[in-house]
Structure formats: structure tokens, C-alpha cells
Design a protein around this ligand. Structure first.
Ligand code: ZN
Length: 259
């Protein structure tokens, strides 16, 4: 029997959503993203859920999109790729960003590229001391970063540029110092620390919490976030069709397939 690619449990008003492909560092394939889409729809309509925690099973949060799975889309036309990525990469993230309930990303180990993109959509990030955040997509795939250019919205702009230009990672303590992560805790305390914050939020009047989240998100959208993220998506798509991308990604995907 194939196992669930995403698990959902609800306990005391807190929904725990967990990416569940630990054997491949929670690489996100199409089936996993479709499951996530279905779960977000369900949670958004569920009045009993007051807080959503998103995490990954095993030693890593997520290594990003599944390159083996992506290989099946290498022959996609512009139209097909646009439709696919807009739905399952861009819109899925924006839905998480604007989920009615407050969200917490519980991050351990590798949180790379599209893994980082999902974690960055959460309202709060709690991570373990072994967490590493990075977006090496410019360097490793020759594309203009990931689909949602969240970086300058969650990091000082020079740090965001350095991260993207150099492909370097941010470790847990630096993430906390930069305000990217709310808290860093030892690995064995991560679940309990996340649960404690989630429980505290769940105790607040839920409609007021949802409305204050709505206001903060709207404030950032008025500052241009929503429109600039949409604009970047189009620019990102352009870089899927450059000679540079074909050269770099051809090598990467054949490496990934060998593993
Ligand atoms: Zn893309």
C-alpha cells in the first residue's frame, strides 16, 4: 500500500499537516502537492481548526521540488508549464500564505528551495538548531529563484540578494537573528516548543486572530507584495525557457536520476 504523502491530524484545535516522504527528504512531487491543495481547502473551511502547523516527517523539512518527478514535465510548452506551476507551485503557496487561520512552520534539517518557499508562507517559523534554509535555484538550476519570490519580504533586502546571488545557506541561529525564524530550539524539543506556541494561539479568540492576520497580510499586499509576487512568477517562467536553463538543468536532472 502506498503511504499518505501528506498526513493531517487535528488535536485541540491545532491541525498538524506533515509532508510525509522522509525517504526522499520530503521532496515535493505532483501527488504530494495535490494532496496539500486538498488539505488547504479543507482547513480553510474548518471552523474547529484554530491554528495550522506545517512540518515534514523525518530528519528534514523539505529538500524542495522532486527533480525526478519534474523530469516528466521537461517537454512542457510555455502554456503547459505556466498552468502547472501557477497552480501547484505559486497558487498553492499563496493559499497557505492567506490561509484563514494562523500558521506555524515547524522546521528541522534541510529547508531548501521550494521547501523554504513553503516554510516562508507560514506566519511563524519555529526551527531546530540543525535547520538550514537555502535557495540555490539560481546557481543549481539556472532559474531566477523559486516561483514565489518571498525572500525580500522575509529578510533584509541585502541578505535576500546575497542568498540568491551566492546560493549560500542560512543556519538556525542566523535565521533567528534575522527575524526569519521566531524561535530556535534543540531538535528534541522542536515538537513540544511548536505545540506550546500553537496551543497558546489556539486559546485566543479565533475570529480576532484571523482578522488581525487578514489585516497584516492586506497591509503587506497594499505595500505591493501580492502584485510583485505575481510579476516575479512571470519572470521566473521566462527563465525556464532560456538556453542557460536548458544547459544547467539538463546536467542536474541527469545527476538526480542517477541517485
Ligand atoms: Zn518553476
Amino acid at each position: 500500500m502506498p503511504h499518505d504523502l501528506v498526513t493531517l491530524t487535528v488535536e485541540d484545535g491545532v491541525a498538524y499537516v506533515e509532508l510525509n516522504r522522509p525517504e526522499v527528504r520530503n521532496a515535493q512531487n505532483k501527488a504530494l502537492l495535490v494532496d496539500l491543495e486538498r488539505i488547504f481547502t479543507r482547513l480553510d473551511a474548518d471552523n474547529d481548526v484554530r491554528v495550522v502547523v506545517i512540518g515534514g516527517a523525518g530528519p528534514d523539512f523539505s529538500a524542495g521540488h522532486d527533480l525526478k518527478d519534474a523530469q516528466s514535465r521537461s517537454g512542457f510548452s510555455v502554456e503547459e508549464r505556466f498552468e502547472y506551476e501557477y497552480r501547484l507551485y505559486f497558487n498553492l503557496c499563496i493559499r497557505l500564505l492567506n490561509l484563514r487561520q494562523p500558521t506555524i512552520a515547524r522546521v528541522q534539517g534541510n529547508c531548501i528551495a521550494a521547501g523554504f518557499m513553503i516554510a516562508a508562507m507560514a506566519d511563524l517559523i519555529v526551527c531546530s538548531d540543525d535547520a538550514v534554509f537555502s535557495d540555490p535555484v539560481v546557481h543549481k538550476l539556472g532559474a531566477a529563484g523559486v516561483e514565489v519570490l518571498f525572500h525580500p519580504w522575509v529578510l533584509p533586502v541585502r541578505v535576500a540578494k546575497e542568498l540568491l546571488f551566492t546560493g549560500r545557506s542560512i543556519e538556525a541561529n542566523e535565521a533567528a537573528a534575522l527575524g526569519l525564524a521566531n524561535h530556535v530550539v534543540p531538535r528534541h524539543e522542536l515538537d513540544a516548543a511548536t505545540r506550546e506556541i500553537a496551543t497558546r494561539i489556539a486559546a485566543a479568540p479565533p475570529f480576532a486572530v484571523q482578522m488581525v492576520k487578514r489585516s497584516i497580510n492586506r497591509m503587506q499586499d497594499i505595500a505591493g507584495r501580492g502584485a510583485s509576487l505575481e510579476a516575479h512568477f512571470d519572470t521566473h517562467m521566462l527563465t525556464h525557457f532560456t538556453n542557460e536553463w536548458h544547459d544547467v538543468v539538463g546536467d542536474r536532472i541527469s545527476d538526480a536520476l542517477k541517485r
